[in-house]
Design a protein around this ligand. Structure first.
Ligand code: HAX
Length: 441
């Protein structure tokens, strides 16, 4: 791993020097204006962060270091005999900004294999949680239990020089990514498979081994995991899980603490938990209607009922995107290729035809199109993973790739403690009465 670490150091030193010059020469230039509505409404559209690993365009969707998902599917190395990209390759791309070759990806696979040991106390901690606690709760508790292994925390306590923060962050990030599939698979087997755990297979890639440890040997499921782990990895910096990891990391909380915080955000139903909510919603619809494949008219009726009960239609809408999420499209393509006749997958496609016009007709929803979470569950159910409460853990394992690559960049660039200014409504009213149009602080 020395080579990847050295390459990262060289890249980040060069970018860091560029940023210093940018700030020196252009630091006073304005990058936008902030309206009072934005302050009250979730800071939508305020540019206030730098995240190097990916960039989201409202119309085009996500690009990882400039590459769209179809481009990644074409250009990133694959497993032997496979057609989906290896998530190891995406991590390399996000961290170093360059497409890796096959050898680099295989090297990263074996590095993560070597670093994947999970200490016994972590399994004991998982076992100490009530079996009915949500898998995301168990996941976060397990990450916190793993924090005993943090190199960053140990080196900081021993008086680490700030120039070395990036180095300790890099090591923790690699270890954490390597260990997460084992931890997640343990939670899955404990909660749903009577605690019959499966040992890792040292010959498999990161996502293939994850599938294996959860008990799925079907090559189709392994391919799905490679695609899934790739497309869920990153969505620029402002989404709740990425932003939280970055924010908590800015206090020099180590990568375990920072990532666990991000995972608590992913566990919210408006963010990552939406993937379980989608399947739950479809299962409930089928149960209430007493049919396996509801018609468009039945779906329409059910959507209206959901809305009339003051609930959201899960899997639809987005804070930034304004068209169908390309991550949804990638999964739809996977479905068309591998399981075109699956009834649940066909229901997801039928919902895709039916829901957007209904949401659009409400007049208030900025994006009536499906997001990543609208599709993922149906593919998992096809391969036998029906335990939908586990789905957000899959998302979390993948999200580690993006947010931890970004955390390495944060520390390498020496980004400071994040601390935006807040105001009170009383102060807003005073400002409006006394000053009028432009806030002067
Ligand atoms: N169903 C019903 N109402 C919706 C809706 C949906 N799918 N999406 C948005 N709305 C509503 C909002 O609740 C809001 O209503 P109020 O004005 O009454 O509060 C109004 O439409 C305007 O919202 P918006 O500006 O279009 O959307 P936001 O940027 O505020 O929120 C959300 C974006 C993703 C949170 C939202 O679309 C939503 O709740 N979707 C359903 C949950 C979901 O799928 N979340 C996953 C998003 C992707 C992701 O992060 N995955 O991990």
């Amino acid at each position: 791993m020395v080579e990847m670490k050295d390459s990262f150091k060289a890249k980040s030193d060069a970018v860091g020097a560029e940023i210093k010059t940018l700030i020196k020469d252009h630091g006073t230039k304005k990058i936008g204006e902030v309206t009072l509505a934005q302050v009250y409404q979730g800071m939508r559209g305020i540019t206030g962060l730098v995240t190097e690993t990916s960039l989201l365009d409202a119309q085009e969707g996500i690009r990882f270091r400039g590459f769209t998902i179809p481009e990644l599917q074409q250009k990133l190395p694959k497993a032997k005999g496979g057609t989906e990209p290896l998530p190891e390759a995406l991590f390399h791309l996000m961290l170093l900004g360059e497409l890796p070759d096959d050898d680099e990806v295989h090297e990263l696979t074996s590095v993560w294999q070597r670093r994947s040991h999970v200490p016994k106390h972590v399994f004991d901690t998982i076992d100490a949680t009530p079996i009915n606690s949500h898998p995301m709760t168990q996941f976060v508790i397990a990450i916190m239990a793993l924090q005993t292994e943090s190199t960053f925390a140990k080196r900081y306590a021993a008086g680490m020089n700030k120039k070395e923060y990036w180095d300790a962050t890099f090591d923790d990030s690699m270890d954490l990514i390597a260990r997460l599939p084992r931890v997640a698979a343990y939670i899955y087997r404990r909660k749903y498979k009577g605690g019959e755990h499966i040992q890792p297979n040292g010959l498999l890639d990161w996502a293939g081994n994850f599938a294996h440890m959860m008990g799925f040997e079907d090559e189709g499921f392994k391919e799905l995991m490679r695609l899934y782990m790739t497309i869920h990895a990153d969505h620029e910096g402002g989404n709740v899980s990425a932003h939280t990891t970055h924010l908590v990391g800015s206090a020099l909380s180590d990568p375990y603490l920072s990532f666990a915080a991000g995972m608590n955000g992913l566990a919210g139903p408006l963010h990552g938990l939406a993937n379980q909510e989608v399947i739950k919603w479809i299962f409930e619809m089928r149960e209430q209607l007493g049919v396996e494949t509801p018609t468009s008219a039945q779906i329409e009726e059910y959507v209206k009922k959901t809305l009339s009960e003051g609930k959201v239609v899960p899997g639809y809408g987005h804070a930034v995107l304004r068209k169908t999420d390309p991550r949804f499209t990638a999964q739809m393509e996977f479905g068309k290729k591998h399981l075109p006749n699956d009834p649940l997958v066909n229901t997801v496609w039928n919902i895709y035809e039916t829901v957007p016009p209904i949401l659009q007709s409400l007049g208030k929803i900025k994006n009536p199109w499906p997001n990543v979470d609208a599709h993922s569950g149906a593919l998992l159910v096809h391969y036998g993973m029906v335990e939908y409460e586990f789905y957000t853990v899959l998302f979390g394992v993948s999200r580690a790739l993006g947010v931890l690559a970004s955390l390495c960049w944060d520390r390498a660039l020496g980004l400071p403690l994040e601390r935006p200014k807040s105001i009170t409504t009383d102060l807003v009213k005073l400002w409006l009465e006394e000053k009028g149009e432009v806030w002067e602080g």
